[in-house]
Design a protein around this ligand. Structure first.
Ligand code: PMP
Length: 435
């Protein structure tokens, strides 16, 4: 059957991989939530820029000046993509994890942090040096808002406070009521940071409309590889904080003191938290992806993705013993991230068999969200330490560029494997399937 094309082609759809049963098959990358394939457009833009690459903010040469312009232009493109306020800052980081850790270092003294236990570890853990209140998993979006309101109402109203919340879950794909949570935070004098790692690739994110104080996301999940991420939002806390990384670029003036120490004046722009030579290719790739997504239009991308979600959810629902994991229920709006368990199956064996027999790349484990998996699996999840090492669930995720054939092959494969009952045919060794 002919596959329906996405408005945004990605790299890698022609790659073939060997099958354990012999022969080869085109690889079905269904692990976008971990790292999405690069858009062809991003790759082409980076290739066109490559000959002009030079050091940023440092060189006097023509290419250095050009790179600096493109780097700063990338910042403006990201600010537009996120619909930032005029005085917001866009800081280029390595990733969402890096962005949230940066913000955690910039918390004002005595800041109280509120976070749901359902968060990805990147959003759950960076605040551990602050006063953290971890909120119980809500079972509806409304309950999420009520839980947050109750916690904020009970807080010391005079001190600073921050709420950290995901826009879309990396496990269930479910959308969180960000706008309502932001309103609750502000009504109680708290600020809010949005973890948009899974939201930004699938939905438009407007800082103004959601009224969030900061947004964090990763380029490699937004169809732009090269190890770059973004923290965008309010400048005040960031300007008052010591630099996240101390070094060149962050400092305006440095002088040795008579007593042998060093005096430093830090920058008060984005540069304050971008010490060292920045990842100009990474920033440029993110900007290229932002432009491509905006031009394709989220409306078309969402419509296509909802079609893929229906195919997967309806397909899995029809397989005996398969349970799709959900916090907010079947009708919750969601992005193309779906986790499930199959009765009697070890999830890592199922994922290994999908790869070995069908050329399908998914992820299994606890998805760096151990407390959430415990809630979803009813206490059955066992953490063996580290991400992805425990047997818990299988996650399939997709987006722009995913052909129908990939999700159809996936549903057929799960059905065939579950019906065959051949669950012990494979074991995994160092993440590889061993027949
Ligand atoms: N938050 C969410 C919701 C995520 O899905 C991820 C990545 N799985 C992260 C944060 C961390 O992103 P990164 O690994 O790019 O730092």
């Amino acid at each position: 059957e002919k596959s329906v094309c996405s408005p945004l082609p990605v790299l890698g759809t022609e790659v073939t991989v060997p099958l354990v049963t012999g022969g080869e098959i085109t690889y079905a990358a269904l692990d976008y939530a971990a790292s999405a394939p690069a858009l062809k457009r991003v790759w082409d833009d980076v290739a066109a820029y490559a000959p002009y690459y030079g050091s940023v903010h440092r060189g006097a040469g023509h290419l250095s000046r050009l790179s600096t312009e493109l780097f700063e232009d990338s910042r403006r493109t990201v600010a537009e993509f996120l619909d930032c306020r005029g005085d917001d800052e866009v800081i280029f980081t390595r990733s969402t994890t890096d962005s949230l850790n940066l913000l955690a270092r910039a918390l004002p003294a005595g800041c109280q942090v509120f976070v749901f236990e359902t968060e990805h570890h990147a959003a759950l853990l960076p605040w551990r040096h602050a006063r953290v209140t971890v909120l119980d998993a809500p079972r509806t979006p409304r309950q999420a808002v009520r839980t947050l309101e109750a916690a904020l109402a009970a807080r010391d109203p005079h001190g600073p406070a921050l709420v950290c919340v995901t826009g879309a879950s990396n496990v269930t794909g479910e959308l969180w009521p960000v706008k309502e949570l932001a309103a609750a935070a502000h009504a109680h004098g708290a600020r809010i940071v949005l973890d948009a790692a899974q939201l930004a690739p699938h939905r438009p994110v407007s800082v103004r409309d959601l009224d969030v104080d900061w947004v964090a996301f990763s380029g490699h999940k937004l169809y732009a590889p090269f190890g770059a991420g973004v923290l965008a939002g309010r400048a005040d806390w960031l300007h008052e904080a010591e630099p996240y990384l101390a070094g060149g670029g962050a400092s305006r003036a440095v002088a040795q003191r008579a007593d042998g120490g060093v005096d430093v004046q830090w920058h008060e722009s984005e540069a304050r938290h971008e010490a060292g030579s920045p990842n100009v290719i990474g920033a440029y790739a993110i900007a290229s992806a932002c432009r491509a997504l905006t031009e394709a239009g989220f409306e078309a991308l969402v419509a296509r993705e909802q079609h893929l979600i229906r195919t997967v959810r309806e397909g899995l629902a029809g397989i005996p013993g398969v349970r799709i994991l959900s916090l907010f229920g079947d009708d919750a709006p969601r992005v193309g991230v779906i986790s499930f368990v199959a009765a009697g199956w070890n999830s890592s064996h199922l994922a290994a068999a999908l790869s070995a027999e069908y050329g399908i790349g998914v992820r299994d484990g606890l998805f760096c969200a151990h407390p959430l998996l415990r809630v979803l699996l009813g206490g059955d999840a066992q953490s063996q330490g580290g991400c992805g090492t425990a047997d818990a669930a299988v996650r399939v995720s997709f987006g722009a560029g995913t052909p129908d054939e990939h999700v159809e092959r996936f549903v057929r494969a799960v059905r065939e494997l579950v019906e065959s009952g051949a669950k012990w045919r494979y074991r995994t060794e160092n993440g590889r399937c061993v027949p």
